[in-house]
Design a protein around this ligand. Structure first.
Ligand code: HEC
Ligand code: HEC
Length: 439
């Protein structure tokens, strides 16, 4: 009798529902039901190469990722600065700062021609010796380089990559942006874009430069199959950086842990927000890929960057025209790619023109459903832009899901301790060095 009672007691205590008398949490069940197939949204860990989309021309290897990781943060290759004294002072991470969710920590990114850093990029300003039109800055809010393996055609206008949405657009490659002629080489979207990126951001790689900087061995290990005469170039640097970028997944975000079965990873409010995202508020109708972005282009009628103090941009910037600025098709005008949504809380502002300071303002904009940019013709606007009728509590829940549920708290695992040159990074100008305490 005693043993039976003990067995029964053990059964109760050890059963998965032991801590709750009502069975599994109804909120988790509702959310699972709303999401449908949770596996679809699970992001791979950075070492799960077989689960990360990649270019057949550039398969992922640990050696490439290790090299790309350093190159992304290494000022010694910033050797084509407009002003001689500004050489070796900036990097890709001047604009894609890990502490700021791989965005700049301020509205616009500035690499060459920028000065200072602050704590996470928020204090970078234009260098006084540079005229505004010679700094390296673009007329759109920088996209994060997180979860970018899941982007088939990169940039706000999807202009890079020869496949996916760009199939059939060959005639415009290289037209408004000469860099997009690179699509003809049919490398991966990232591989092609980043070769151009190294040119635009004033960085160069030759055998001599790579050797002097101490990176030859790492290039040799990463590219043993490429003949030595071609092994040290912007192309191989781009391949290594692209491999590194593909490894940047936000797999430790609370929502990711929840999807993997740790139902305590999100608060009830975040779960309510997720329910709205995948349900009533229908955010998922555009934000439906693993990275919670997609290749859906939509005009949401938001302002452009020149209206919010952006340097080196204007009302005539082709970037303001979105997809249409690339395809030159009327029907694509003012439509922008649906961006990924992880770690946005690390750094505002939001939208391609940086018109919203907080994620709550973004949710309120969608809730109101009234366009703010009068240059976007009504017929271009996506019908989603109409009132959602969310209550103030629902707005707060959706905001909590975006800012905390989708925030990987450990992005610093993707930042190296040091680069081979020993220089200060993301930036190496005197003010940045003093901001960061580098000596
Ligand atoms: C001066 C700031 C700046 C620097 C420096 C910079 N970027 Fe960017 N990056 C941007 C901006 C702005 C965008 C979005 C531009 C657009 O879509 O019109 C962007 C977009 C990207 C994207 C596309 C992401 C996506 O989802 O489509 C990738 C990849 C990228 N950058 C990689 C790099 C690499 C690699 C480097 C270094 C070679 C670099 N960036 C340096 C500002 C910068
Ligand atoms: C019709 C497609 C569509 C729907 C539906 C949609 N989005 Fe988006 N979302 C986009 C596009 C496109 C952008 C970029 C717009 C721009 O900057 O011009 C965007 C931008 C955002 C941004 C800013 C990202 C950044 O990097 O600045 C957030 C946050 C966001 N959406 C959240 C949501 C939420 C929450 C919902 C549901 C209430 C939602 N979206 C519904 C297409 C959509």
């Amino acid at each position: 009798m005693k043993t039976i009672r003990l067995a029964l007691w053990l059964l109760v205590v050890l059963s998965p529902w032991a801590c709750s008398h009502e069975g599994p949490d109804p909120l988790d069940q509702q959310l699972l039901q709303t999401i449908g197939n949770p596996d679809h949204y699970i992001l791979p860990e950075s070492h799960e190469f077989d689960k990360i989309p990649q270019s057949p021309h550039n398969p992922l290897t640990r050696e490439k990722i290790a090299l790309g990781n350093l190159l992304f943060f290494e000022p010694v290759f910033a050797n084509e600065a407009k002003n001689f004294n500004n050489r070796f002072t900036f990097t890709c991470s001047s604009c894609h700062v890990p502490e700021s969710g791989f965005r700049p920590g301020r509205m616009q990114g500035i690499a060459d021609g920028g000065y200072g850093f602050g704590l996470h990029g928020e204090k970078r300003i234009k260098h006084p010796v540079y005229p505004s039109d010679s700094i390296d800055a673009q007329g759109a809010r920088p996209l994060a380089t997180l979860n970018v393996a899941f982007v088939e055609n990169t940039m706000w206008n999807g202009s890079f990559g020869s496949e996916g949405k760009n199939t059939g657009t060959e005639a415009v490659w290289g037209k408004t942006d000469p860099g997009t002629a690179r699509n003809h080489e049919r490398l991966g979207a990232l591989e092609g874009q980043n070769i151009e990126g190294l040119i635009v951001h004033r960085m160069n790689f030759t055998r001599q430069i790579v050797e002097d900087a101490g990176y030859k061995e790492m290039f040799d290990k990463a590219f043993p199959d490429i003949p030595e005469s071609e092994r040290y170039s912007r192309k191989t640097a781009s391949f290594a950086i692209s491999a590194y970028l593909r490894s940047l997944t936000t797999s430790q975000a609370p929502f990711q842990r929840w999807l993997r079965g740790d139902h305590a990873a999100m608060t009830d409010q975040e779960k309510e927000g997720a329910k709205l995202f995948f349900g009533k508020a229908s955010c998922v109708s555009c934000h439906f890929e693993k990275n919670l972005g997609s290749m859906t282009f939509a005009a949401l009628g938001v302002d452009d960057l020149f209206e919010h103090g952006g340097l080196k941009t204007s009302i005539n910037d082709a970037r303001n025209r979105g997809r249409g600025g690339f395809t030159l098709q009327q029907e694509d005008l003012y439509k922008f790619r649906t961006p990924q949504l992880y770690n946005l809380g690390d750094s505002g502002p939001y939208f391609h023109g940086g018109s919203k300071q907080t994620l709550k303002e973004v949710v309120e904009y969608f809730n109101k459903g009234v366009p703010e940019n009068t240059r976007v013709p009504k017929e271009q606007l996506h019908p989603f832009l109409s009132p959602l009728n969310l209550s103030p509590q629902e707005v707060d829940a959706l905001t909590a899901f975006l800012s905390n549920g989708l925030r990987d708290p450990n992005l610093l695992r993707y930042k190296p301790q040091r680069v081979l040159s020993g220089m200060c990074f993301p930036n190496n100008d005197p003010l940045s060095k003093s901001d960061m305490g580098c000596f």
